[in-house]
Design a protein around this ligand. Structure first.
Ligand SMILES: *[C@@H]1O[C@H](CO)[C@@H](O)[C@H](O)[C@H]1NC(C)=O
Ligand SMILES: *[C@@H]1O[C@H](CO)[C@@H](O)[C@H](O)[C@H]1NC(C)=O
Length: 455
């Protein structure tokens, strides 16, 4: 939390309970933006966190059917995103996506009138910042709402609006504060901003203007970027996905997937003054970091390299690096493709099951492969004549026609199988002594019966 917020709280003497979703992992990095570019490939790559049902379009009812979220409270099925930050190699000119996590703050920030703080209405989406900004206007709240914290040696930090022009050995935080005053009518607007406004006194708190009288909870993101994992070679080392090297073009998006009553209860009952989620009783009851860690994206991505797995020569979408004189080749717009591969014909996923108590649940045949995924495992077992397949520890696959060695086939909570498949990080392949079980032709009932008979 940065000093300016705390200063404001002290001066205004407002209620200062708040909560944080700290260290939230990225769900997907791709050229999608369901607010600004619905239904199509967006202009630049975003780092997205939150609900697994994210996709090219926002439909709140559908989003709230998501299987899971990368947030530690599984009932917040919202999505939060910002442009991906890249490292640009000074010798090769290649770009690598820098790993990041999001810290998401929910802050009640009323002004002197002490207006009631309201939950985000169902269907609300909004944008903060402007991808086209390359200069700073010190009297604009929208510009003030964006800045960067550079963690320097000896635990120090520098905070300023532009991207730092110095090395940040402890990492970098890109910070953005959303407007909190709503017009009370529109869930969106043509520029995705006009239905919202910053408060009268300050971007991060105060009374709402008459045009936007409903005071919502304030949303603040820190994108914590591990820049220290890469060489620093002066200004221009870091480039946002939109080509911005100044930082003034940082922006962020939010689409609401909260149960509105739950969010309001959290706002009304949260008592922690240091951001501790567990001091918010309605949220503490739903705290589930295991599900958050196991959660994988279920949708589509733009079919192109993004610099996440290997360096790339151009920023996706032809976004030339600002002021570099560099051009970029125009490429055809990539297709949107699903990240998960369907199982072979006739196969279905049963769920996550425990290994046998006296040996392997599936003991007839096994393999290990760096390209392991659920379909690779099922195909391997199918081609060897087996009707049950189980993926485990990310890269292992076991086959059989029956469950053995005390395995019951009882389906466990899905998040017990939290290992990412070695060949597809958007699929889960088992866990510790747990199998992601797949079956051909409904063999499982028979397999479970066999296991019981043998017991
Ligand atoms: C700077 O922001 C203020 C407040 O929004 C605005 O009135 C002013 O026109 C802006 N200046 C420029 C040069 O855009
Ligand atoms: C996975 O790798 C194996 C060799 O290890 C290969 O035979 C198989 O075709 C690959 N499967 C896919 C889907 O790439």
């Amino acid at each position: 939390m940065f000093a300016r917020i705390l200063t404001f709280v002290t001066l205004a003497a407002v209620a200062n309970a708040y909560w944080t979703f700290g260290g939230t992992p990225i769900l997907v990095q791709t050229r999608l933006d369901s607010i600004v570019s619905p239904g199509v490939v967006s202009s630049h790559v975003h780092a997205v966190v939150g609900a697994s049902g994210f996709g090219p379009n926002y439909d709140p009812d559908q989003l709230m059917q998501s299987k899971c979220t990368t947030l530690s409270v599984q009932k917040d099925l919202s999505n939060y995103w910002a442009p991906q930050l890249y490292h640009r190699d000074q010798n090769t000119g290649q770009f690598t996506a820098i790993p990041s996590v999001f810290n998401i703050y929910y802050l009640p920030r009323p002004g002197p009138k002490n207006e009631p703080i309201k939950a985000f209405p169902k269907g609300l989406r909004m944008l903060a910042g402007d991808t086209f900004r390359r200069t700073y206007n010190a009297s604009s709240f929208e510009d003030q709402a964006i800045d960067f914290v550079c963690l320097t040696p000896n635990g120090g930090s520098d905070e300023a609006p532009p991207l730092p022009t110095q090395e940040c050995v402890g990492g970098l935080r890109a910070q953005i504060f959303f407007p909190s005053c709503w017009d009370g009518v529109n869930l969106d607007s043509a520029d995705h901003k006009s239905h919202m406004a910053y408060p009268i006194q300050a971007y991060n708190g105060g009374d709402c203007p008459d045009t936007h009288p409903v005071h919502l909870i304030s949303l603040f993101y820190e994108m914590e970027v591990a820049v220290q994992q890469f060489d620093w070679h002066g200004p221009g080392t870091w480039v946002f996905a939109n080509g911005d090297t100044t930082g003034y073009g940082l922006h962020a998006d939010f689409q609401n997937g909260w149960d509105v009553d739950l969010l309001q209860a959290a706002i009304d009952q949260c008592s922690g003054e240091s951001g501790d989620l567990l001091a918010c009783p309605p949220l503490a009851a739903l705290y589930d970091p295991q599900a958050a860690a196991a959660c994988v994206y279920e949708g589509v991505v733009a079919d192109e390299p993004t610099g996440v797995d290997a360096p790339i020569t151009d920023l996706p979408g032809c976004n030339p690096v600002y002021n570099s004189g560099q051009t970029c080749p125009s490429k055809p717009t990539p297709a949107l493709v699903p990240v998960q591969t369907p199982l072979p014909a006739g196969w279905t996923e049963v769920g996550c099951i425990a290994e046998g108590t006296s040996g392997r649940a599936l003991a007839a045949l096994s393999t290990t492969a760096p390209n392991m995924s659920k379909d690779v495992c099922a195909s391997f077992c199918a081609s060897n004549g087996y009707t049950l397949a189980g993926a485990e520890f990310g890269d292992e696959c076991y086959c059989d026609n029956a469950l053995r060695n005390g395995a019951t086939g009882a389906v466990l909570e899905w998040d017990q199988c939290s290992n990412r498949c070695a060949g597809n990080a958007f699929e889960n392949c088992g866990g510790s002594s747990k199998l992601t079980l797949m079956s051909h032709g409904g063999n499982v009932a028979r397999a479970v019966r066999f296991a019981k008979d043998a017991a």
